[in-house]
Design a protein around this ligand. Sequence first.
Ligand SMILES: O=C(CSC(=O)[C@H](Cc1ccccc1)CC(F)(F)F)c1ccccc1
Ligand SMILES: [Zn+2]
Length: 156
Amino acid sequence: ALTLPIATTGEPILTRVAKPVTEFNQQLVQLTQQMLSTLLAAKGVGIAAPQVHSNMAVFIMASHPNERYPDAPKMDPIVVINPSIIEQSSQQVIGEEGCLSIPNTRINIARADQITVKYQTRYGQWQQQTLRGFVARIFLHEYDHLQGITLLEREQ
Ligand SMILES: O=C(CSC(=O)[C@H](Cc1ccccc1)CC(F)(F)F)c1ccccc1
Ligand SMILES: [Zn+2]
């Protein structure tokens, strides 16, 4: 099967800091393919490597309209590797989030509405982008996973 088991709350992998990717090889391409099929099968809008028991600094964002965010942009999945956050707006927005690793849970989280980020593509090319709204929210949610942080640690 192309999908991978998803780690759930209590599994140590979810609390560890992910390691930077240094080898942009076929193994990495395969991991991103398996993460994508796992994400699509779970009907999520994002997934991070630690959630599929890999400690690599990799995640995928795949925004699409959903009942919580009906006007969410429909976008092609983006593979994000070795991300960093360059700037975050002081303006925050509270929004409801879910997590594939915390089943049947919805938590309201305050996040910066606009962020400037830097990351590498699956081919190792550096990208710098400004993200807003729901896509910024997904990025920050997945970025947290790479720091070993989940919604439960963010909940007020
Ligand atoms: O599609 C989901 C399912 S949960 C999901 O896609 C997580 C990503 C996410 C959901 C909502 C806001 C930000 C990120 C996936 C995770 F946990 F693996 F990262 C969704 C849930 C609540 C609000 C909007 C969408
Ligand atoms: Zn999550």
